[in-house]
Write a protein that binds this ligand. Structure first.
Ligand code: ADP
Length: 234
């Protein structure tokens, strides 16, 4: 029911505005406006379908863990750089803190990247301009701990337990246009694949604090030294 409602809304808009164009809106300004609306709703549908298919793959166990020794500090900096345009546009200050202990941990780098990117993207989107966002990684025993903390509006306490549900959005009118309510459901799934968890709380001073805890995978045996043909030939 949720899926059909979420898909039907943009579809109805696209059809309605396409019909209006076909009915001969000659006013170029109006045409441009309608085409813009169609483009926005189509982009939203594309996001919905992409994220729904990803959740379906995760549900079906079709995205197994692919562990690799990962420099999490580099990964966090990469996410910050990827989101550089949005961060600059809102004038946020984003700091990345990662100690030497996360320079070589064994996790699934692509999935950790998606987790962090989703959380930082949310922090950037929901924090009003000029916000402060802190992204950090640390090792706690056998666990990799990732924190994404912002100084935005936070999440009303009644909604704290529900934001990881599919399609759950705190306030659709306040939410960013194009938000699907699926991002945090994907984050939770990816964390659980790592035998981990994700939690959110509000900071006493205001703002949301997301924490992801992932079981680090045991290190591989050291690979044998590289074979160098020149050594043999002497
Ligand atoms: P969306 O596509 O709507 O961002 P998510 O699943 O990523 O979907 O998030 C679910 C809801 O949780 C959002 O709609 C928003 O209401 C709330 N939320 C997520 N991150 C934050 C944050 N950093 N600050 C405030 N609210 C947030």
């Amino acid at each position: 029911a949720n899926v059909s409602h979420e898909l039907r809304t943009p579809l109805t808009a696209i059809r309605g505005y396409a019909e209006a164009l076909l009915d001969g809106g000659d006013d170029p300004e109006l045409r441009t406006r309608f085409l813009g609306i169609i483009e926005r709703h189509a982009a939203r549908m594309e996001r919905l379908v992409t994220e729904l298919l990803r959740l379906a793959r995760l549900d079906a166990g079709q995205e197994p863990l692919e562990p690799a020794v990962t420099n999490v500090a580099t990964l966090l900096t990469g996410v910050k750089e990827d989101l550089g345009a949005a961060i600059a546009e809102k004038g946020h200050q984003v700091t990345v803190r990662a100690g030497a202990d996360v320079a070589a941990v064994r996790v699934d780098p692509a999935k950790v990247h998606d987790i962090v990117r989703n959380l930082v993207e949310n922090a950037v989107n929901y924090t009003p301009a000029g916000g402060v966002i802190e992204v950090s990684a640390a090792v706690d025993g056998e666990t990799l701990v990732l924190d994404v903390v912002d100084n935005g509006p936070g999440i009303p306490s009644d909604d704290l337990g529900r934001v990881f549900e599919r399609f759950y959005r705190v306030d659709k009118s306040r939410g960013r246009p194009g938000g699907t309510g699926l991002g945090l459901a994907i984050v939770r799934h990816l964390a659980e694949l790592h035998r981990g968890s994700v939690a959110v709380r509000n900071r006493p001073g205001g703002g949301a604090a997301f924490e992801v805890r992932l079981a680090m995978l045991p290190p591989d045996l050291a690979p044998p030294p590289a074979f160098d043909a020149d050594d043999v030939r002497g």
